[in-house]
Write a new protein. Structure first.
Length: 95
């Protein structure tokens, strides 16, 4: 069985996940597994509360054939902006 991990963040775009997940789940020997950063429930932009199957693993499982990071508004938080800024500054400092 091949597994594709769907990483769901709070305020994820539920319309992005469903079409891809339905295609993967129709393939023999393939399955979708939903995870969130801490394994706790997340709420989509459409208002769905989703209880993931677990937390994002520290290492990908051997049967993992892909990882899908669903978009949403979590990228637009102040904390996300600070992380992006630190990442850019670290890359520039390494040059």
């Amino acid at each position: 069985m091949k597994t594709v991990l769907f990483i769901l963040l709070d305020r994820y775009a539920d319309w992005e996940a469903a079409p891809l997940a339905s295609v993967i789940n129709r393939q023999p020997g393939w399955r979708v597994q939903t995870v969130s950063p801490a394994g706790s429930p997340v709420r989509s932009l459409g208002g769905f509360t989703t209880v993931p199957e677990g937390a994002v693993p520290a290492q990908l499982p051997p049967d993992c054939a892909g990882v899908v990071l669903i978009g949403g508004l979590s990228w637009r938080t102040e904390a996300a902006g600070r992380r992006r800024l630190r990442s850019v500054m670290r890359r520039r400092a390494a040059l």
